[in-house]
Design a protein around this ligand. Structure first.
Ligand SMILES: Nc1ncnc2c1ncn2[C@@H]1O[C@H](COP(=O)(O)OP(=O)(O)O)[C@@H](O)[C@H]1O
Ligand SMILES: [Mg+2]
Length: 222
């Protein structure tokens, strides 16, 4: 489902270029649930953005769901992401003027379209994540943990084959975080979804099928 080879991504900083992410090889099977770990600054967010097609790698090949995304144009990658990938950003990226429900439906707009079915699915996801009575609240009227759950619903509204999550439970209390992760993994199993979750929480990592430490994927692994 996911196969990376010899991928590097650097950021330009004035005259200098900073190597942010390096992966010799990474293979993740369809339906696999993987925890991605590594110290702060080791390139976890960069790798997720490369997988999502938000960033294009400097080198290397990326196959996702049978397609080479490293050779696609930006607009092709955007379309591909809308149809196949659900992304939960580390900074959530909800749009402030819109309600929780509208934010989730915006996810549908970039994917399968904001149909009646999408609206039903959006409401059902918000209810199942405990936000049934917060659908018409704006992000500024929600707690950080609630905003995070809205971002998770938005990532799932298109029923994507691949779900990428950047520390999605970081601001949840233990029991809410456990419930949201359980729901997420249930939905993923029902749909045969492939899940890659960046996490610092050993409990969360232990509920995934495999844990990958980013440091071990480098060409000269440390
Ligand atoms: N936009 C950027 N411009 C320059 N350097 C960046 C940028 N984003 C991240 N970096 C650097 O790239 C490295 C990897 O960052 P990141 O992928 O966010 O790591 P992680 O998510 O593992 O904490 C860090 O050293 C960070 O300082
Ligand atoms: Mg990060």
């Amino acid at each position: 489902m996911i196969h990376l080879q010899n991928v590097t991504k650097s950021y330009r900083q004035g005259e200098r270029s900073v190597l942010a992410c390096e992966v010799r090889e990474l293979r993740i099977e369809k339906g696999e649930h993987v925890a991605l770990i590594g110290r702060s600054g080791t390139g976890k967010t960069t790798l997720l953005h490369v997988l999502a097609g938000i960033l294009r790698p400097d080198e290397g090949t990326i196959d996702i769901a049978g397609r080479r995304i490293d050779t696609m144009s930006e607009s092709e990658r955007d379309r591909f992401r809308g149809q196949h990938i659900g992304m939960v950003y580390q900074t959530f990226n909800l749009l402030q003027p819109f309600t929780a429900l509208e934010n989730v439906l915006l996810g549908a707009l970039f994917g399968r379209g904001a149909s009646h079915a999408a609206s039903q699915r959006a409401k059902s996801l918000l209810e199942r994540t405990g936000l049934g009575d917060r659908m018409h609240h704006r992000p500024s009227e929600l707690s950080v943990g609630q905003v995070q759950r809205v971002a998770i619903c938005r990532a799932l509204v298109n029923d994507p084959e691949v779900v990428l999550m950047d520390e999605p439970l970081g601001n949840q209390d233990r029991s809410t975080g456990g419930q949201v992760l359980q729901l997420l993994l249930e939905l993923a199993r029902e749909g045969g979804k492939t899940v890659v979750m960046v996490t610092h929480d050993p409990d969360s990592a232990s509920r995934m099928q495999r844990t990958i430490d980013l440091a071990t994927l480098r060409r000269h692994a440390s």
